[in-house]
Design a protein around this ligand. Structure first.
Ligand code: ZN
Length: 160
């Protein structure tokens, strides 16, 4: 069995009048993330990590933000499509770890819900997917709550 890892990073601007969707869960807040799709920063980082581990390029290649099909897209659908791509390539998701970097709101109350939602979309048990959250401590674009970022690392296996 061979093992491969991939890294993913994403960021989106926080603006008034948008839904805040993180890890497929809509969170009540004054601001939401701006993007062509639902701008689910965490799900996008995880997709990039998975595609990276599988050697399948990046999210922009598969789901271009110039494509009208992906306007306001539910990023969980993109994650499901990504999981299907990996399965077709003979890859199994061993583990995903991710960190959301967001000044507010606090993600602790919804972290378990995010984990359950993402694991279900990916088709893995929750023990294979971990979500963490941290803040910008008042520094930079995250600290000023101008945007949010997410990082992810995915580990996949291939049968020889
Ligand atoms: Zn994104």
């Amino acid at each position: 069995m061979s093992i491969a890892t991939g890294i993913g990073y994403d960021c989106h601007r926080l603006v008034e009048g948008r839904r805040l969707v993180i890890g497929g869960v809509e969170i009540e807040h004054t601001h939401g993330l701006l993007g062509h799709s639902d701008a689910d920063v965490l799900t996008h980082a995880i997709i990039d990590a998975l595609l990276g581990a599988a050697g399948l390029g990046d999210i922009g290649q598969h789901f271009p933000d110039t494509d009208e099909r992906y306007r306001d897209a539910d990023s969980l659908e993109l994650l499901r499509a990504c999981a299907a791509m990996l399965r077709r390539a003979g890859a199994e998701v061993e583990h995903v770890d991710a960190t959301v970097v967001l000044e507010r709101p606090k993600l602790a109350p919804v972290r378990d819900q995010i984990r359950t939602t993402l694991a279900a979309a990916l088709g893995v048990s929750e023990s294979r997917l971990n979500v963490k959250a941290t803040r910008g401590e008042g520094m930079g674009f995250i600290g000023r709550a101008e945007g949010a970022a997410a990082l992810a690392v995915a580990t996949i296996s291939h049968e020889p």
